[in-house]
Design a protein around this ligand. Structure first.
Ligand code: ADP
Ligand code: MG
Length: 234
């Protein structure tokens, strides 16, 4: 089977003046279609850096990244933006909704960049809000919604482009435990509908929703285990 995500000796350094800060130090990773992977590891281990590269928001320093058969490591900024819009849906810890726009307008936003007509944008955004059970809140602004509702709007926005991959970086990081369970239920449903999901979390309870757990330490993969393998060692 062809991997959706294929990484070979991926390296990423940040440069502070002439000073090199190596963050990812040679990551080999394959993620297949419709996998649900939790990415764990201590703060500062490089999880968000890796997610930004997987999502084509940032470029790698060395190595290879092939996304759905496309060699991302060789792409320029325009090509990266295009593949990002086609393939990736992001859900962040910070909800990143635009405060002046309604829930519907926030969800429709990615479709403007994709050049979709206004009528179709509204239809598709409403369809997504229905999927996250928020159709009745479509005209509310973010400050008129609860934290859980805001994150559901963010998930609807991540899905509106019909991406193949959902990247969620600590999506429950700002939510209470009851709301976290609700959001994880939603992400699990999305996975069941056929999306590949990569989820960053530092909470074991949240990682339990995933079928495979990859742990980073100091810029390298420390362990990569399926749910079954983890259960054997529990
Ligand atoms: P995690 O998400 O696992 O907590 P990050 O990927 O955010 O880790 O950060 C890994 C390391 O890279 C940290 O030491 C962090 O300070 C550094 N870092 C992250 N982003 C930048 C940046 N834009 N410029 C410089 N250093 C960064
Ligand atoms: Mg992080």
């Amino acid at each position: 089977m062809q991997s959706v995500i294929h990484l070979e000796q991926l390296r990423k350094s940040y440069y502070l003046g002439k000073q090199e800060l190596p963050v990812l130090k040679g990551i080999d990773l394959d993620i297949n279609k419709n996998e649900f992977v939790a990415l764990m590891g201590p703060s500062g281990s490089g999880k968000s850096t890796l997610m930004n590269i997987l999502g084509c928001l940032d470029t790698l320093t060395d190595g290879k990244y092939v996304l759905n058969g496309n060699d991302v490591s060789k792409m320029n900024d325009n090509e990266l933006a295009e593949i990002r819009n086609q393939e990736i849906g992001f859900v962040f810890q910070q909800f990143n909704l635009l405060p002046r726009l309604s829930a519907l307008e926030n969800v429709a936003l990615p479709l403007i960049y994709a050049g979709v007509s206004k009528k179709e944008r509204t239809e598709r955004a409403l369809e997504m809000l229905e999927k996250v059970s928020l159709a009745d809140r479509s005209h509310h602004k973010p400050n008129e919604l609860s934290g859980g509702q805001i994150q559901r709007v963010a998930i609807a926005r991540a899905l509106v482009n019909r991406p193949s991959i959902i990247l969620a970086d600590e999506p429950t990081g700002n939510l209470d435990s009851k709301t976290s369970v609700e959001i994880m239920g939603l992400i699990t449903d999305i996975h069941k509908l056929g999306n590949t999901v990569v989820l960053v979390t530092h909470e074991e309870d949240i990682a339990r929703y995933a079928k495979r757990v990859v742990r980073l330490r100091d810029g390298l993969i420390e362990t990569d285990q399926t749910r079954e393998e983890l259960a054997l060692h529990a």
